[in-house]
Design a protein around this ligand. Structure first.
Ligand code: PLP
Length: 345
């Protein structure tokens, strides 16, 4: 109640208003968390535990592990979970959910955009099917918020997860949108913060940083999108000119700047390390340990042929990347892979 505490209180209020405004929500529907993982855990566990019966959770087989591991955790406690298969283009179709949803479904959770292959899901249609069947709908929008227009009211979702570091905000902070009246248990018990739903002293600096970053990203969405799509075009065009046998994974609309590329008969892990030595940081679609190379659950779920799957890298371009940089990436890939390809022919 003392005067100098008013400033952080005001900052918190303003940040909540800014974030709500960016996604079409009301300020009291925004709950601050420590990031996407916590928001996802809360949505899955909080709605499972608040149901009167042990209702089913329906999710997809290619979610982020924040969702998949939360689902495994509730399964261990006796809550049934069903995993929808994406099609080979990386989409969970409305027909797929329509075929699998059951009347005892408590929550449907499908990610807005896949983090490995960038495909955008038909969230509005999926939410409508969930509601028609009496279920709640959650979307993990960690890859989408700040990158494409997201409006919770237009989409008609009950819950939505977001994470600040994905839109150039600070690490270790995020939020969960909870539609007013959504039946969910508190995630952290303790003090009265976040309407008693998520106790613990708020990370004011992180929350303010998140609000500023989201506001900037949303104001520039169209400009950044056009720039990133142009960079994607340049990169793919170069790779085509060089005659590589490769696939861009996922069809339809993608998150701008997310390119999952699979080079036939290449070694994605080796490509990652060679690119790193050349100053280019990418991820791969497989994880190596000393005994085996394991393909990611996403590439497995979309049935990518093995001769392509093991040669997968993910290039995540940001709005500060330039045309020269993507040309450099393509040239580096050529330097690394071309001799190998020549040897084979
Ligand atoms: N969900 C998706 C789709 C993600 O891409 C990520 C992070 O990469 C997360 C959840 C986890 O977010 P955080 O790192 O903020 O916990």
């Amino acid at each position: 109640m003392y005067s100098f505490a008013r400033r952080p209180k005001e900052a918190l209020k303003e940040a909540r208003e800014i974030i709500a405004g960016c996604i079409g929500a009301s300020p009291e529907e925004i709950y601050f968390t420590s990031g996407g993982t916590e928001s996802d855990n809360w949505a899955i566990k909080g709605t499972a535990f608040s149901g009167r019966e042990r209702g089913r959770t329906v999710t997809s087989a290619f979610e982020h592990h924040a969702i998949l591991s939360s689902c495994r955790a509730i399964e261990k406690l006796g809550y049934p979970v069903l995993y929808l298969p994406p099609d080979d283009d990386g989409i969970i179709s409305a027909d797929c959910l329509e075929n699998f949803i059951t009347k005892d479904t408590r929550t449907v959770s499908v990610m807005y955009a896949n983090n490995e292959i960038g495909t955008i899901q038909p969230i509005g249609k999926l939410a409508e099917i969930a509601h028609r069947n009496g279920a709640l709908f959650h979307t993990d929008a960690v890859q989408a918020v700040g990158h494409v227009e997201v409006d919770v009211k237009k989409l008609s979702v009950d819950m939505l997860s977001a994470s600040a570091h994905k839109f150039n905000g600070p690490k270790g902070v995020g939020f969960l949108y909870l539609r007013k009246g959504t039946d969910i248990c508190p995630y952290v018990d303790g003090g009265a913060q976040e309407g008693k739903y998520r106790a613990s002293t708020e990370n004011i600096a992180g929350i303010v940083g998140m609000a500023v970053a989201l506001k900037r990203s949303c104001e520039e969405i169209e400009v950044r999108k056009a720039h990133l799509q142009h960079l994607e075009y340049i990169l793919l065009d170069r790779l085509n000119q060089y005659g590589f046998d490769y696939r861009r994974n996922g069809k339809g609309e993608h998150i701008p700047g997310n390119l999952s590329l699979s080079f036939k008969n290449a070694d994605g892990e080796a490509l990652l390390h060679r690119l790193d030595l050349m100053g280019v940081s990418v991820s791969t679609g497989s994880a190596c340990n000393s005994k085996s190379t394991e393909l990611s659950h996403v590439l497995t779920a979309i049935h990518l042929p093995l001769e392509y799957a093991y040669g997968t890298i993910r290039v995540s371009l940001g709005y500060e990347n330039t045309e020269e940089e993507v040309v450099y990436i393509a040239d580096c890939i050529r330097k690394i892979l071309a001799p190998k390809l020549m040897k084979r022919s």
